[in-house]
Design a protein around this ligand. Structure first.
Ligand SMILES: *Cc1c(COP(=O)(O)O)cnc(C)c1O
Length: 391
């Protein structure tokens, strides 16, 4: 079909530069090892921190819910798509998060869009860390509020933004709890103090901290003992929780407001019963099997130490996300390709996901890996890194 020559041209350029990345289908379930092109590879690219995507309790909950309540809900929540299990799960989640209420959306992405687009007006301003996730950036694009970007985790830059915005009705400071490409944790205690000093609202996007940080995986707010001092927590049910969805944990008023004004809530169909039931079971697993989180952190320490010992630049991560920073875009992809040859699936990540010159292979270990598997992965990293003159 004619008409898309301008796109084809750009794609061809990407191919020439080595930055065109076809999708890589996984032929197995999402485990510590996955099957790709018929070959078993160690999976270091998933967000399946606790291995819950394949946890027997979640699978069983999903199957039972599909059997009893069907494959889909047939409506948006506000018309006829709220099942009692949706409300029950939100109550359970609110109790888990120590907040008044929660509201679940289709994904973490849409949760950010719902909050940012609806809670602020043109009398307000949103103040955002420059490395916040794309869904926050897109949410900000949808609001009529003014915007200020502060330097990454830079408290001085944040304070300047707070000082220069005192005439707005409301100020909302937004930060990732854990930054997804570097694995560093936001300095939340200091950010909260600044917000309290300047009477600003604070919102934390805990996608990579949900199920990973805090008691039983309650997130960064709990990790730093800041319960009751953060106005809005956004979390995901798609990463460590192992299923799909996003949620907002906040006050009852925020929940009620979003039910009336959050466009992804109003205009997109609710989660299928299997999704909600599996998410609900996941919260029970977080409470009843804390050893999964312990295993995740043990594996994290082991793997990070191994990479560092080999001489790789792993940045300043505080979490199971460990970047192997290479710099050059094409080289990051070459490293990823070589790793694949040697039995490891770890994706190269380049501009625009990370800044130019900071291309990397990003790794995430999970509770499902063990030392034998991680040793195999480290051997692959050593071989590939030496061949490409990275170490
Ligand atoms: C992954 C991620 C999201 C999106 O979550 P989904 O549930 O996958 O849509 C939002 N915010 C951050 C910081 C993320 O890392």
């Amino acid at each position: 079909m004619k008409g898309f020559e301008y796109i084809e041209e750009e794609l061809n350029q990407m191919k020439a530069e080595g930055t065109f990345r076809p999708l890589i289908p996984i032929e197995s379930d999402q485990g510590a090892k996955v099957t790709i092109e018929g070959k078993e590879l160690i999976q270091l690219s998933s967000n399946n921190y606790l291995g819950l995507t394949t946890h027997p309790r979640l699978k069983l909950a999903a199957v039972r819910a599909a059997d009893e309540y069907g494959a889909g809900t047939g409506s948006v929540r506000t018309i006829a798509g709220t099942f009692s299990m949706h409300n029950d799960f939100e109550e359970k989640l609110a109790e888990f998060k120590h907040t008044e209420a929660t509201l679940v959306l289709q994904s973490g992405f849409t949760a950010n869009q719902a909050v940012l687009a609806s809670l602020l007006t043109k009398e307000d301003v949103v103040i955002s860390d420059e490395l916040n996730h794309a869904s926050i950036i897109d949410g900000i694009r949808l609001t009529k509020a003014a915007r200020k970007i502060y330097k990454h985790v830079d408290l001085k830059s944040l304070e300047e933004a707070l000082q220069s915005t005192q005439d707005y009705r409301k100020r909302l400071v937004v930060t990732d709890g854990v930054f997804s490409m570097d694995g560093n944790i936001a300095p939340l205690p200091e950010i909260v103090e600044l917000c309290e000093k300047y009477d600003a609202l604070i919102m934390v996007d805990d996608a990579h901290a949900s199920g990973v940080l805090g008691r039983n995986g309650r997130g960064t707010v709990d990790h730093f003992d800041l319960n009751g001092r953060v106005h809005i927590q956004v979390g995901t049910l798609s990463k460590a929780v192992g299923v799909l969805g996003g949620y907002i944990a906040s006050t009852q008023a925020v929940r009620d407001y979003l039910i009336h004004k959050g466009r992804p809530f109003l205009f997109s169909t609710s989660h299928p019963p299997a999704v909600t039931a599996a998410c609900s079971e996941a919260v029970d697993v977080l409470l009843e099997e804390p050893e999964l989180i312990e295993q995740l952190w043990e594996n994290t320490r082991y793997f990070k130490a191994g990479l560092t010992k080999l001489g790789f630049d792993t940045g300043h991560s505080d979490t199971p996300i460990t970047p192997v920073i290479v710099g050059d875009e094409a080289k990051a992809h070459q490293l990823s390709d070589k790793l694949k040859e040697y039995g490891v699936f770890a994706q190269g990540i380049a501009f625009p996901t990370v800044a130019k010159g900071l291309a990397r292979v990003r790794t995430i270990v999970t509770a499902q890996h063990n030392q034998t598997i991680l040793d195999e992965a480290l051997t692959a990293f050593e071989k590939a890194g030496k061949e490409l003159n990275i170490i």
